[in-house]
Design a protein around this ligand. Sequence first.
Ligand code: FEO
Length: 390
Amino acid sequence: MKPRKILDGIYWMGVIDWNRRLFDSLIPLPDGTTYNAYLIKGSEKTVLLDTVEPELSDTLLAQLSGEDKIDYIISHHAEQDHSGTIPKLLKLYKKAIVICSIKAKDLLIEHIGISPERIRTVSNGETISLGDKTLKFVYTPWVHWPETMSTYLIENRILFSCDFFGSHFASSELFAGNDETIYKAAKRYYAEIMMPFRKMIQKNIEVIKALKINYIAPSHGPVYNHPASIISRYEDWIKDDVEKKVIIAYVSMHGSTKEMIDYFVSALEDRGIRYQLFELSGNYDIGKLAMSLVDASTIVIGTPTVNIGPHPNVVNAAYLVNSLRPKLRYSAVIGSYGWSSKAVEQITSIMSNLKLETFDPVYCKGQPGNIQYQKIDSLADKILDKHSKL
Ligand code: FEO
């Protein structure tokens, strides 16, 4: 992989990781990913913005082999996939100074062992001149750690945003253009990484929109050369409105829960209610589940009982939903048990972040019968009524 020119004196560097299939030992990467660093050569100073995963550092070091000096290394975010190669670079470039937000300093010391003497913190709005180019630091906290910031290259109107606006999408293309598959990957990335911080992103978007931007250069995925497209999509994802849509996530062991979920799906169809179904017993794609939650109004969990609690796969999914903090409004549990169950209480407790209005659960001992089917019809009616008021 060779450096790629964005504009005169501005280069993409980094790694296109076509083969990575899991991030954080959790997130599926169907399209691989990239770790983007950027080199800006001003008339007086040279700066590198972010680095790459430390085990892939050789690629970045080879790309920099012709560079005699780097004056500054900007660290927008202390997480290792962007900061992890900084220690090697500081050994090679003895005079280089790491520039970061005030909150990032301790994180860089604690996470990757950078010596405090090599770090200079910058305030929100502070500028640094590279000679003929000027960098302005723009605090964009909580995308997705507290210390995250972006850098705005004033003369060329480029925003270097690190994880913010990123996508896990390996491509030989430098620019996103109007490729919808990249915007879909960006939505997946938003759902998996950014959604818990939706309210903070609403504020950050207003800050970003005040800038004149020709390019957004994130640290994962292609560079946006039509930045309005990704900004407008973010505005859609972070708005407070929800869609009239039910997400159903379920497991069945002996068939009772599945029978009720099947009946519930039919009840939704009868009422013209949109839904998306996730069966959780196999290798379902948690990224698709996360994406479904970006705008959905309602979640219904279906679970059998293992001992006295929900099925562990349901626990896992409920924990994930709670962690992602989607803008859901309503929830319900449909389930079954052999002799006793605390599954409803436990699922409600696991999803306590979400402050949902919960409908009465539908539960059966053994096989479902008319009572359960009537309750499911009632549940579908309540969902229809709530949706009609959205
Ligand atoms: Fe791509 Fe939060 O690191």
